[in-house]
Structure formats: C-alpha cells, structure tokens
Design a protein around this ligand. Sequence first.
Ligand code: AMP
Ligand code: ZN
Ligand code: FE
Ligand code: FE
Length: 285
Amino acid sequence: MVDLHTHTTASDGTLAPAELVELAARRGVTALALTDHDTVAGLPEALARGRERGVEVVPGVEVGVQWDEDGAMHLLGYFVRHEDQALLRRLGELCGWRRDRAQEIVQRLNEAGVQVSFEQVEAVGPGCALGRPHVAQALLKAGAVRSVGEAFQRYLRRGRPGYVARAMPSPDDGIALLHAAGGVAVLAHPSTLRLGRQGLKSCLEQLQGWGLDGIEVYSSGHGAAQRETYLVLAGERGLLVTGGSDFHGATKPDIQLGSGLGGNAQVPDAVLEELRRAAAARAQS
Ligand code: AMP
Ligand code: ZN
Ligand code: FE
Ligand code: FE
C-alpha cells in the first residue's frame, strides 16, 4: 500500500510524524509521502522512524498558492531536498505569513466579542504552519463553538467576522520553488478547484507552461468518475499521475491512511515508481 498525501502536527494533522509512520507500519503502508502544508519540519522525525520501521518516507510538501481571489490551489512537491536552504527560507516566510494572519484572525474575533487568544491557537499544535484549522480547534476548546464545522460556518469562512485572506505565492512561483529544491510539482486534489473538464484543461495548460509535472488522481475527494476523468486528462496532457489519502488524523476521522475516504485513494504501486523516475530525471537535468 502506498499513500502519497499525508499531514502531521507539523501542519494541521493530529499525529506527530513518528506516530504517522507507526500507523503506516501497522496498516501495511509500505511507502508514505509526508506532505505537510507549507513546511518540511516534520520530515527529519518521519524519515528517522521510517528507517527504523522499514517504511519508505518520501520527502514532500504541500504549498498553497493563490489561484483566484476566492482562494488557494494546492501544489504537492515530491522528493524535495528538505534541507535546501532556499526552500527552508521560502517556507519559513510562508509560515511567518500564516502566523501574522492567525494573529489578525484572533484580533478580528476578539473585536466581534469572541473570547479566544493567540496563545490558545498556538497551543493547538507544535507546528509552524498555523491555519484556520488551528483557530477552529482553539474556539472549540474555549467553548465558543461545539464543532470545528461550526467554527468555520460562524466565524472563519469567507464573509464571516474572523475571515482573513491568507497571503500566498503565485502558482508559477510555487512550482519554481518546488523545482528549485529538486522536487516534482503536482496539482493536488483538482476537484477542489471546481472547474469543469474544459476549465481544468486550460488550467493544466497554463500550469504546464510553468512546469507542472503531474496531477493527483487518486484522492479521498475523488469518486470513480473523477478518477477516470483525471486519468484521461493526465494521459492526454502527458502528466504524471499521483495519489494519496490527504490523511489528517482525528480532525478528518473518516479518512483512512493508505486508502482514503471510502477507499477512494487506493494508489497503485506503479504510481510511486513513475514518480521516482520523474524525480531522478529532474535531478539529472
Ligand atoms: P487555511 O489554509 O488556514 O485558510 O485553512 C484551510 C483549511 O481549513 C483547509 O485545508 C481545510 O482543511 C480546512 N477547512 C476549510 N473549510 C472548512 C470547513 N468548512 N470545515 C472544516 N475545515 C475546513
Ligand atoms: Zn490540511
Ligand atoms: Fe490540500
Ligand atoms: Fe493535504
């Protein structure tokens, strides 16, 4: 079993990197890519535990880039050199932006009469990639809401009092920063862009102009029909195919590591081998 999209406490997942690798070993996941949002801070721990437990850990990252005024597009980077200084500097900058924005969210919520502190948000997890999920957890713990879903509905969604847009790099910049660190750049869960087939086609054309290497086909968010559509598109456009569960732990309890939501993210082993070849080719060039 292979899972190429997972999160830990380094971003907004609930398992520590070593715990994630332990779970992978228990579930028979033989290869796992750690793809935390805007950080590679979980990788050293995951790689070390992977070596101990015989689980291959692929160094990855999921970078949010500005797609339209409404929000983010997620780009996955695989086989990135996670100690690359330029990569660490850029990701550090993104985490700084996230931190500033979380502080601004707290301030807006306080102004709206909601009692929550930045310390409570920071206390949710040890990671540097703070986001709305952390604020939602803090609101839940503070008793301001009864669920994370309610936190988003009442306070954190666009149009609500705690909504603050997040500063993000542009898609071409995102692809370039992954490539500069030796990574293979893949469009994550294309379904979230809510484009039709034609819209996605032109989006891919544009992204490929900037060097996009692949598209995530197997995903918790994709049913059989979407998998088929994306497979065909990948074939037509000569894109690499990837897949993974987008496992986050307890905050998305229906998503199983290694298989995704309802088995939607069962990834053929050949996907990892193709990805490995693409990364090797990139390293050669
Ligand atoms: P951020 O990147 O900080 O803007 O947070 C975006 C993340 O919040 C997404 O990746 C989702 O995991 C999570 N999210 C967005 N909307 C909701 C929602 N309605 N309920 C729960 N989680 C959400
Ligand atoms: Zn996440
Ligand atoms: Fe994502
Ligand atoms: Fe993800």
